[in-house]
Design a protein around this ligand. Structure first.
Ligand code: AMP
Ligand code: MG
Length: 480
C-alpha cells in the first residue's frame, strides 16, 4: 500500500453476522478514477484524513480500485415491497459495504461505495451509477443533513473514467456513502420470507445494540424495537413534510430502520406548494406523492410488523394484536411530530387546540395561491411581503400570534433557524448535473457549499429563487 493510502480504523460488526446476511464481494476496479470532492467535515467527524482521501491512493480506494486494510467488503441481502409489489430478493446490486468505523462521538457508521460494480444481487443491472444520480445524492443528502434531518451522508464522489450506458452513454461515478447503518425494513422481510427466525432474532438484537441501545434486554424487546422504529420513521416523515421533501421511492427496501433518509433517487423538493405533488417518472399513480408519505410510511411499518411477528411471542393472536396496536398508533405519532414541526415553522411556542386547523388553513391558502413553499415560510420568518393572495392567511397567523410569549425579534430568529432560505431546487440540481456532465464541476461545488448553511443564505443568493416560467422541472428519474 502506498504511503498516502488512507488509514481507516474499521470496526466491523455486520460482517460478524452469519454468512447468509450478505455476499462477500470486492468492488470492481475502474479505468481512470478521479476525485470530484471529499466531504472534509464528515471525514474529520469519522476520524479520517481528508487529504489522504483526496490523494491518488485515496481516490483509488473511493473508486473501488484498492480495498483498504481492515475492510470486509460485502453486499447486504434484503427484500422489499416496491410500489406495493413483493420482491423476495433485492440486496445491494450496485453497492458494497467496505466496513464500519466508530466516529468522534462514539457512533458506529457504515462506509459504503455505491456504483462500485456487480454483486450476486445485481440481477440484470450493471452495478454502476452515472454521474447525475451520484451528484444528486451528494447534494441532496448533504442538504438534508444541514437542514437537521436524519439522513445518510456523502463522504466523497469520484468519476471512474468509464462510460455507463443508460438511455445514452454517460460518465460513470462512485459515491462513498455513510450511514448509521444500511439495514432496511426489507432486511427483516428477507428473513421472514425465508422463515429464518434465528436470523430475525440476530438482526433485531443487532439493530437494538446499534440504534436503540436504550431498549433493555427483555422478552418484550422486539415489540419495543418495533415501536421505536415507528416513532423514528413517523418523526422523519414529519420533518420531510416540513421542508417540502418528496422521497419518490418509499419502498420498504428504501426505509431504514435507523430512521435516516436513505436512497435518494427521483427525490425532489417542492417549489409551488401542492399536496398532490409527485415528481418521479415511475410513480404514475402518485403512490408516493407529498400528501401520501405519512400514509405510506405506516404501510411500510405494517410490513415491518408482519416480518417481526415471530419475535413478538408464542401466542399468535396476542402478538398480532400487540403489533396491530403499535401500527394503529403511527398516525398519532406522525400527527404529533407534524404539529411540532409546523408550530416551529410558524414561530408558535404554545400548543393550542386550534393549531391543526390553523396550519391546514394556511397550507390550503398556499395551494390555492400556488405559493412557493420555501419562500412563503421564509418570508414569514423574515417579515418580508407575501403574495396578495395570502393576505387572509397572514392575518390568521398574526391573530394566532396574539399572547405568544416571544418578542417579534426572538420569534424571527427562531423561525429563521427552522425555515430554510435555500433548498436544492430541482432546476438548479438539473442544471448542475448538465454542467458536470460537460466537465464543469463549479456549479456542483458552489451549490454544495451554499447548502451547508441553508438557514443563513444572503438575501441575494441565487439559490433562493424559484424556477422562472419554463424553468420548472416537473419530472425526475431514478437514473440508476
Ligand atoms: P433502488 O430502488 O434504486 O434503491 O434499487 C432497487 C434495487 O435495484 C436494489 O436492489 C438495487 O441494488 C438494484 N439496482 C439499482 N440499480 C442497479 C444497477 N445499476 N445495477 C445493479 N443493481 C441495481
Ligand atoms: Mg434502494
Amino acid at each position: 500500500m502506498p504511503e498516502d493510502f488512507p488509514r481507516i480504523a474499521f470496526s466491523n460488526s455486520y460482517a460478524d453476522l452469519p454468512p447468509r446476511f450478505y455476499a462477500e464481494v470486492a468492488p470492481t476496479p475502474v479505468r481512470a478514477p478521479r476525485n470530484i470532492r471529499v466531504n472534509e467535515a464528515l471525514a474529520v467527524e469519522l476520524g479520517l484524513d481528508p487529504a489522504a482521501l483526496g490523494s491518488e491512493a485515496g481516490t483509488a480506494m473511493l473508486a473501488g480500485n484498492a480495498v483498504p486494510e481492515g475492510a470486509t467488503p460485502l453486499a447486504m441481502a434484503y427484500a422489499g415491497h416496491q410500489f406495493g409489489g413483493w420482491s423476495p430478493q433485492l440486496g445491494d446490486g450496485r453497492a458494497i459495504l467496505l466496513g464500519e468505523v466508530i466516529d468522534r462521538d462514539g457512533q458506529r457508521r457504515d462506509v459504503q461505495l455505491k456504483g462500485s460494480g456487480r454483486t450476486p444481487f445485481s440481477r440484470m443491472g450493471d452495478g454502476r451509477a452515472w454521474l447525475g444520480p451520484v451528484l444528486r445524492e451528494y447534494v441532496v443528502s448533504e442538504a438534508m443533513a444541514a437542514l437537521g434531518i436524519p439522513t445518510t451522508r456523502a463522504l466523497a464522489a469520484v468519476t471512474t473514467g468509464e462510460t455507463v450506458v443508460r438511455e445514452a452513454p454517460l460518465p460513470g461515478a462512485v459515491l462513498a456513502r455513510v450511514a448509521s447503518s444500511h439495514i432496511r425494513v426489507g432486511t427483516f422481510q428477507y428473513f421472514f420470507a425465508r422463515n429464518d427466525i434465528e436470523a430475525l432474532r440476530l438482526l433485531a438484537d443487532h439493530v437494538i445494540a446499534r440504534h436503540y441501545p436504550e431498549i433493555p434486554p427483555s422478552d418484550g424487546r422486539a415489540l419495543e424495537l418495533l415501536r421505536a422504529i415507528c416513532a423514528r420513521q413517523a418523526g422523519l416523515v414529519a420533518q420531510w413534510m416540513g421542508v417540502g421533501f418528496i422521497h419518490g421511492v418509499m419502498n420498504t427496501d428504501n426505509t431504514a430502520v435507523s430512521g435516516e433518509t436513505i436512497d435518494y433517487g427521483p427525490c425532489a423538493f417542492m417549489d409551488v406548494y401542492h399536496p398532490d405533488t409527485v415528481f418521479s417518472s415511475i410513480d404514475r399513480q402518485g403512490r408516493y406523492a407529498y400528501r401520501n408519505q405519512p400514509v405510506l410510511i405506516q404501510w411500510n411499518l405494517a410490513q415491518l410488523a408482519s416480518a417481526m411477528l415471530p419475535l413478538l411471542g408464542p401466542d399468535k393472536d396476542a402478538t398480532v394484536a400487540a403489533a396491530q396496536a403499535v401500527i394503529d398508533a403511527v398516525p398519532d405519532m406522525y400527527h404529533d411530530a407534524w404539529l411540532t414541526v409546523f408550530r416551529r415553522k410558524f414561530g408558535l411556542r404554545e400548543a393550542r387546540d386550534g393549531d391543526p386547523a390553523f396550519i391546514v388553513q394556511v397550507l390550503d391558502a398556499m395551494a390555492g395561491a400556488e405559493a412557493d413553499f420555501t419562500q412563503t415560510f421564509r418570508a414569514l420568518s423574515e417579515g418580508t411581503p407575501l403574495p396578495p393572495a395570502l393576505a387572509d392567511a397572514r392575518a390568521a397567523w398574526v391573530q394566532r400570534l396574539a399572547n405568544e410569549g416571544a418578542t417579534p425579534e426572538v420569534r424571527q430568529q427562531e423561525m429563521q433557524a427552522v425555515n430554510p432560505a435555500i433548498i436544492p431546487r430541482n432546476h438548479v440540481v438539473e442544471a448542475m448535473i448538465t454542467s458536470a456532465v460537460a466537465g464543469d464541476f463549479a456549479p456542483f461545488h458552489a451549490l454544495t457549499e451554499a447548502l451547508a448553511s441553508p438557514f443563513e443564505a444572503p438575501a441575494d443568493s441565487p439559490y433562493r429563487a424559484a424556477p422562472a416560467a419554463g424553468e420548472e422541472v416537473l419530472q425526475t428519474f431514478c437514473g440508476t
